[in-house]
Design a protein around this ligand. Structure first.
Ligand code: EPZ
Length: 416
């Protein structure tokens, strides 16, 4: 078990380069299964979720190489079916994208029911509804999603709620289906667009990704391609919040500022100075900050994946802030750990009321999930004394070299 030990009280300064987006890389790697060919994918983040997905793909017979600079070459010619090893696939959420890809290419697949962060019930009924509407039969038995179809036919699918995973999985299952598939009430996140762009580079015909109606015209075959994953706006937002929380001055580079609109708006509302450049943002927080209210929403709203980091920031901001979590009902589990550091937060259902205190105090805390882990690093940076974070494997699942990047900004942080 790794721990991070952080000595608080240092203002972050300098430049941090953001890595490729985990939540785009996972579906894109899975999508490579759809072409019995070689794909070269650049800007892959070097994180544990990617390493596990690589192992799963290899266990299915794919030839996967990953260079130290984040270029993944995947050849799926020799893959004949898709049965995911339970012990690996249960560790991450993104493994469910193999169900859509396997259905698309082989008309069948046996994929372990996905794991991932414990942030709510996380059903997959909309994925299943989509698969069934394309003509597949889906059964869940003994923790395995078993799907098969004689043939897949394009269909009109209305999602009962906006789901990133279901939108992507239905795109994956339908690109090789006969005729046109229309996804209504689709999610609009940048990684939906990125996955659609990757599929189109492989020869798919997808229009409308990034809007709430996506039209997929089935094609007969896909081919290999070279593609580069978009930067991780959640990692970017995490460093922006760390900069603001410490009262620092940080340039966050390799970002698409458009993807950060909601985050930039909320940090400006708090009083941080943010300058946008073509591929970077500069965050300066030398003035006193103001309390704000935040509601998480599907894109382009404020991302649920930054709810925990902004809660830490608000915990030391004068006044009362209210956070409403509208995406995942169980995403306040980290609050008890933050209270050990003195935070004054009251949770009632999907709402957290935060009364800003002067300072958090260093404590021994446990990362409860990926984004909570990242938020606790920010808490350690601003706390009095030493903070020790357990279970940092959660952070390694989704943040490339977090402690090295933080150290380069001046943080006193060590892994033991
Ligand atoms: C993706 O999860 C991300 N995971 C999450 O990132 C992210 O928080 C989330 O999208 C929202 O942006 C990956 O990309 C691997 P959803 P996903 O389907 O696809 C409900 C992180 O920290 N729902 O958009 O699981 C669901 O319970 C992670 O990187 C159904 O009811 O999210 C939730 O309340 C955590 N039925 C809401 O919809 C379904 O069939 C949105 O979930 C599907 C979802």
């Amino acid at each position: 078990m790794n721990k991070l030990v952080i000595e608080g009280g240092i203002k972050l300064n300098g430049e941090v380069k953001v890595s490729g987006f985990k939540n785009a890389a996972l579906p894109i790697i899975s999508a490579s299964l759809l072409a019995a060919d070689k794909c070269v994918i650049e800007n892959i983040p070097m994180i544990k979720d990617v390493y596990i997905l690589k192992e799963i793909m290899e266990s299915m017979g794919a030839d996967v190489q990953l260079s130290n600079d984040g270029v993944m070459t995947i050849d799926t010619k020799n893959v004949e079916n898709c049965i995911t090893p339970y012990e690996l696939a249960k560790q991450l959420r993104g493994s469910y994208y193999l169900a859509g890809a396997a259905l698309g290419r082989f008309h069948k697949g046996e994929v372990t029911y996905p794991g991932g962060c414990d942030i709510g019930t996380r059903p997959i009924d909309q994925h299943i509804k989509g698969f069934e509407s394309l003509g597949a039969e889906v059964k869940i038995n003994h923790g395995i999603i078993n799907c098969k179809a004689k043939e897949l036919k394009g269909s009109k699918i209305y999602l009962d709620l906006v789901s990133v995973g279901a939108t992507i999985n239905i795109m994956l299952a339908s690109v090789l289906a006969e005729g046109q598939t229309i996804i209504e009430n689709a999610a609009k996140e940048p990684h939906i667009v990125d996955t659609a762009n990757f599929l189109n580079s492989m020869g798919a015909n997808i229009r409308g990704a990034g809007t709430d109606v996506i039209r997929i015209n089935g094609v007969e075959k896909l081919h290999g391609c070279t593609y580069s994953v978009i930067p991780d706006q959640i990692e970017a937002g995490t460093y922006m919040m760390a900069a603001v929380a410490t009262g620092g001055d940080v340039v966050v580079s390799n970002v698409i500022p458009k993807h950060l609109e909601a985050v930039i708006a909320k940090l400006r509302e708090m009083g941080a100075e943010i300058t946008e450049y073509d591929n970077s943002v500069r965050v300066n927080a030398s003035k006193e900050l103001k309390s704000i209210n935040v509601k998480t929403l599907p894109y382009p709203g404020f991302p649920t994946d930054l709810q925990q980091p902004i809660a830490v920031l608000l915990s030391i901001t004068k006044g009362t802030s209210i956070i409403t979590e509208s995406v995942f009902e169980g995403r306040f589990k980290y609050v008890d750990e933050l209270k050990r550091m003195g935070a004054n937060i009251k949770v009632d259902g999907r709402t957290a009321v935060i009364k800003g205190i002067d300072k958090l105090s260093g404590a021994k805390i446990t990362a409860t999930d990926l984004r909570a882990g990242a938020a606790f690093v920010i808490a350690g940076l601003i706390a009095d004394g030493i903070t020790e974070i357990d279970n940092v494997e959660h952070i390694d699942r989704g943040y490339q070299s977090m402690e090295t990047k933080m150290k380069n900004l001046g943080a006193k942080i060590t892994r033991i």
